[in-house]
Every structure is written in structure tokens, then in C-alpha cells.
Write a new protein. Sequence first.
Length: 211
Amino acid sequence: METAPGTERRPLVVGFDLDMTLIDTVPGFREVLHALGREVGVDFPVDEMTRALGPPLDLLLRPHLAEDAIQPAIDRFRALYPDHAIESVAALAGAHEAIAAVRRHGGRVIVVTGKYTPNAQLHVDHIGLDVDHLEGKVWGIGKADVLRREGASVYVGDHVHDVEGAVAAGALSVSVLTGGCTREELLDAGTDVVLDTLADFPAWLEEYVAG
């Protein structure tokens, strides 16, 4: 598509959330919570805790542990994670195709996630996600700094807090319904686009780039 005289098209940079946007983290997350619970003697409500993954681990653990036990539990969770949550976690439908669509348009792909960075990298490597940059341990509005720094024009996520990060960064917010948030919740949070899954993303991106 030609640009108007005197204007310059902004390079395409698309950011993606990781958990429940590109990968189905629930099976692995459940196993780690069970393993952690056995070690600390707490019967975590695993179904409830994995219903809408996205918030930082300390917020998930706080209702179930004493304050001084939270950081040690986070450290242990991260240590247990590679043995319990990598092999069992698969890419969500359309994840590879969505990334390939960005590539076809000459774009860069970044992953911006609240997950502990070394464990996020294990997922990216295991599943073979073709990304240019991975940034971990950022959540909600905190993602905006990374998105701005990397020049992202689009951010794709599944949670209302992903929407908050995109909006704060001035990026177009695209939401998928593969996490725990409903269409109404995502729209109320201010998302620009709602797709059922990433399988719908390539066609949407084609229209976005053309427009």
C-alpha cells in the first residue's frame, strides 16, 4: 500500500501476551500449584486460581498464605515450574499462524508477559515461537513502557489488564477470548477488537495493514 506524499508508514510491531493468548498454560500451572501445595501444606483452590490466568503470582497466592510466606512460595513456584509446566503446555490454536502473519507483512513480533522471564523463555523455545523480543515480569499498565519502547502499534492479549497496557501505550488493543475474560469485560476495559481465537488474527491483520 502506498503512503501519502510527505508521510511515512510506521513499522509494524505486534506485541503478544503469552499465557492464554499464545499458549494454554492451565495444565502446567495446575501441576505446579499442586506440587507447591504439597510442599507448603496448603490445599490451593486450583480450579479457581487457574480460571483467569494473568495477574501476578503474588496476587494469586496472597489469599491463601501468610504475608511472610508469599515470596518464598513464589521462589519455590518458579523453581518447580520447569519440571511441571513446560512439556504439558501447548500453543493455542492459531498462535504460530498469527506470528507468521506478522512476518508476511514485514513486522516484528514481541512477547510481553507477566511471567517470570526464564520460564517464559522455556515456553517460547519449547513450542518454537518465532519472536524477536521477549519481556517478562511486566503486568497491566506496566506493559505500556515496554510496548512504547519497542514501538508496538498493536498488542494482543486475553485479559482486561492486557487491554490496560495497550491503551496506556497508545497501541491498538486486540483481545482474544481464550482466557478467562468475557467479550463484555474486554470491551468495557476499552479493547478495540475482540476475536474468538488467534485463528482469526491473520485475516484481521490483513485488513488492518490494508487500511
